[in-house]
Design a protein around this ligand. Structure first.
Ligand SMILES: [Zn+2]
Length: 202
């Protein structure tokens, strides 16, 4: 952001009076432009023991695989948003079962809210933002071709739960090492990981 949304004058980085953090402040009308994380909503969709992934038709990550996910719209809730993204990217109607992972990615200002879901009627297709969609058995997941580190982490946690004997809700913060590519999952560490069993799920 370079110009004031209120008056169009250039913005400057400074600490507003009474605050401790540098913000984008208007050089003319002094309006403070707060920058807060954006919420990404999506689903880990399971069908008969396999997970639904989409191959991206858009950047970033063109040609790479991801769970259906995207930015929450202003007028919708997170569950509706996760369902909408799955319909848009995988042409799939899903039933949301439970939260799966609430993962913050601070260096890119994103907050992921991913849900466990299952296909309503077993059908899926290819949405406008995807090149193809496919169900992967756990051992088939193309780890080297996953678009975003946060998605790799969410899938890894999902599979750990499968092996550990039951679903859990995961919370955590993904910190980038600052080295190498921001798209390299090996450069990320999962901090403050909290895993709460979903033992009450049917
Ligand atoms: Zn202004």
């Amino acid at each position: 952001m370079r110009f004031c949304t209120q008056c169009g004058a250039p913005l400057v980085r400074q600490v507003p009076e009474g605050e401790e953090r540098e913000r984008a402040v208007c050089s003319a009308c002094r309006f403070v432009h707060y920058e807060n994380p954006r919420t990404v909503v999506g689903c880990v969709v399971e069908h008969e023991g396999r997970l639904l992934l989409c191959r991206r038709a858009i950047e970033p990550g063109h040609g790479l695989w991801t769970t259906p996910a995207g930015y929450q719209e202003v007028e919708e809730g997170i569950v509706d948003g996760a369902r909408r993204e799955t319909l848009e990217e995988a042409d799939a109607a899903v039933e949301i079962l439970a939260p799966h992972a609430l993962l913050d990615v601070p260096h890119i200002g994103q907050s992921y809210k991913l849900f466990r879901a299952r296909l309503v009627d077993g059908r899926y297709g290819v949405g406008a933002e995807s090149l193809e969609s496919r169900l992967f058995a756990p051992e088939e997941i193309p780890w080297e071709r996953i678009a975003f580190p946060v998605v790799s982490v969410a899938l890894r946690l999902y599979l750990e739960d499968l092996r550990a004997g039951g679903p859990r809700v995961h919370l955590g913060v993904l910190r980038w090492s600052g080295r190498g590519s921001r798209f390299d999952a090996a450069q990320y560490e999962l901090l403050d990981h909290l895993a709460v069993p979903l033992s009450l799920l049917p």
